[in-house]
Design a protein around this ligand. Sequence first.
Ligand code: CA
Length: 276
Amino acid sequence: MSALCQPVAPALGWRSAEVATRIPNWANRAQHHRYRGLRPGQSRYLPLVAQLLLVEDDPAIRGALIRALTEYGHAVASSPDAMGALRQILEAAPDLVLLDLGLPDLEGYEALRMIRAVSAVPVVIITARDDESEIIRALDAGADDYVIKPFGGGQIEARIRAVLRRVSRPGDSRGGPLEVGGLRLDIDAHVATLDGAPLDLSRREFDLLHYLALHAGQVVARRDLLTHVWRMPYGGADKTVDVHISWLRRKLGETAQQPRYIHTVRGVGVKLSAPP
Ligand code: CA
């Protein structure tokens, strides 16, 4: 609890100039991969230091949480309201969002629905509301976890790690292939088939299809793909994503004009779903 009761620091934007300058080239990620004895490519879906977005209007809680999470090695950006958060989700593609439900500009569940419309980013709700119907409502609206205030820095850090593990490697942990309609991905064997016929995919195409299949039915922003598949910060390189999407489409035997599995949602992103 002590972490949340400390004095307030102004907490808008990135925590420090150092973090802000390190984020664009992902040097901090590489450093943490080294810390775990891994090369950057080895745990591609599991960021060990996360880029977090904290959405919290209470400056005392915001300041204390930023301080605590920064100490755990995370890069923490923050927003005191929902609209600022949405903008940052689109611009910075954070790894995880911590979302307070009581925000000044938008009801929390509304904010969550808007986030879900543009991004598959994991969302952990932080709130003082503790009745079960509230918890169910948040989870149904697309939250990945729910933490009730007050909580200590250690608990929220553990929740963040657990959610990132869960969303990062479901294919690893439960085994079993991913299936979307006639599309089947065996992650361990790195084999993809469509209606039983093997697909000849490059490693990048496989990773891209894997990420889309993990979020089947959801619109995934190009920024999310750049972050999670390419491990690149967003910065106008989304042509790369478009090119790979078009290669993937060709291999699935479809086109942008006549999509079956890969659907472009103009101005938002891409969605993988089974044909009707
Ligand atoms: Ca609040």
